[in-house]
Design a protein. Structure first.
Length: 442
């Protein structure tokens, strides 16, 4: 396919590495600035530059295009990071940009490209001849799924900290363009809510660029249509998140003009994991193994695996809805606990069958163990979260361990949904039902 694997499949390598680097940088920055941690600025800077260098090193090692791939991926990452850089360039007045932006913007692009290209040179020195080619479209879809999962974590912290209405307006933040809202004002609950919005913009941008890439690089029309569905879904999710705050489309900054909707908050909270499952599906469909010519295994158990997989996906989805109602309305806890037994039973059944019956299918074998492990972790987190609820005191701020525990429980539910979707999809791709034997005439 060369030269250089047709420029790494229409520059999918640059997109995967550039967006992947930015996702890592954003999450490192989020953790380091999260109240009350506030890691020293010099240590945060080292972490961010380390992410840039790691992305450039991977470009040199994996693409075979040396410093050029590092330069391109560094530029992509630095361009994406301009969405955050605006928070450092906002002035005292709404939508004001400080004069130093004239050198901050090009300077950040040059520094990012320089660090990544230098690291790519080092990475190219470690490249092994004959190393298997990377499916960069699959890698990019994986990056998009990872960004979505991190957004679910960030959103979970918003709910756990009761910060969903900390910023009173939308799409602006206190009358300022959200990309120019000063970092110095992102304190307490405002930090959680505003960072959630910024991460949402990153997920939206990643989804749109992934869809454009798939329309260029993908031959299967149904995969392109699914990518378009993902774009529409992420737009809908963003609008739902905004209307949850305002209740209507308005540019007002007055709290009195807002009509926050708890119903939209629940819908927004459920659509997030559903969108994550959609991105997981896109990653599966773009995988090399999915499009390979390897035949599916013919087995008499295939129909059972397909049915159990679908039942598990449906059960986890229902449980996520009940869980969202419990988190936002503090209702339905008994139903949530009781239905967890159903989810656990289906997860153990599906996982143990994939793990025990298909050792000749390594992917299904690993997925079976993964489903069982995630289900066990989720149930354990749920039990701990239940006891945390019992010890809460009305009017007293929740301790950090309680916030982190309930957020982890919520995020693990999304992971279980993603694993269930993978199990259902891959069992359908890799297993085919034995045809019924013909009945002889008598």
């Amino acid at each position: 396919m060369t030269p250089e694997a047709k420029s790494a499949a229409a520059n999918g390598d640059v997109l995967a590495l550039g967006f992947g680097t930015s996702v890592a940088m954003w999450f490192v920055g989020y953790l380091c600035r999260m109240p009350p941690a506030l890691v020293p600025s010099w240590l945060l800077a080292l972490g961010l530059l380390g992410c840039l260098a790691a992305g450039g090193f991977a470009a040199g090692r994996l693409t075979g295009r040396g410093w050029r791939a590092g330069l391109a991926s560094g530029l992509v990452s630095s361009a994406i990071n301009l969405l955050i850089l605006g928070s450092l360039l906002g002035g005292d007045r709404a939508n004001q940009v400080v004069p130093s932006a004239l050198w901050w913007v090009p300077g950040s692009l040059l520094v990012g490209a320089g660090i990544a290209s230098a690291a790519a040179v080092a990475g190219s020195l470690t490249r092994r001849e004959g190393a298997p080619a990377v499916n960069w479209t699959e890698a990019f879809a994986g990056v998009a799924a990872a960004a979505t999962f991190l957004q679910l974590l960030v959103g979970g912290l918003v709910t756990s900290n009761k910060a969903g209405l900390a910023v009173v307006d939308w799409p602006n933040s206190f009358g300022t363009n959200m990309f120019l809202y000063p970092l110095s004002r992102m304190t307490g609950a405002i930090y959680y809510e505003h960072a959630h919005r910024l991460f949402g913009s990153l997920v939206g941008l990643t989804t749109v660029v992934l869809a454009v890439h798939l329309f260029r690089a993908e031959r299967r029309a149904w995969v392109k249509r699914l990518a378009l569905v993902a774009v529409l879904a992420v737009i809908a999710q963003g609008i739902l998140g905004g209307l949850r705050v305002t209740g209507s489309f308005t540019t007002s900054t007055s709290p009195e003009a807002m009509a926050p909707s708890i119903t939209l908050a629940i819908v927004h909270g459920v659509l997030g994991p559903a969108f994550f499952a959609l991105m997981i599906a896109l990653a599966a469909f773009t995988a090399t193994a999915w499009a390979s010519d390897a035949p599916a295994r013919v087995t008499s158990h295939a129909a059972s695996e397909h049915l159990i997989g679908l039942l598990l996906v449906g059960a986890v989805a229902v449980q996520l809805v009940v869980g969202a109602i419990q988190r936002h309305l503090a209702r339905g806890l008994v139903v949530h606990i009781a239905f967890a037994v159903v989810v656990l039973a289906l997860a153990l059944l599906h996982g143990s069958r994939l793990w025990g019956l298909y050792e000749g299918q390594p992917l299904l074998h690993r997925l079976g163990r993964l489903v069982i492990t995630v289900a066990a972790v989720q149930v354990s987190l749920g039990i701990l979260a239940f006891f945390a609820i019992q010890f809460r005191v009305e009017g007293v701020p929740r301790p950090a361990w309680d916030v982190l525990l309930t957020t982890a429980h919520q995020a693990c539910g999304s992971v279980l949904l993603g694993c269930s979707v993978m199990g259902a999809l891959w069992s359908r791709r890799l297993l085919v039902q034995t045809k019924a034997a013909a009945v002889p005439n008598v």
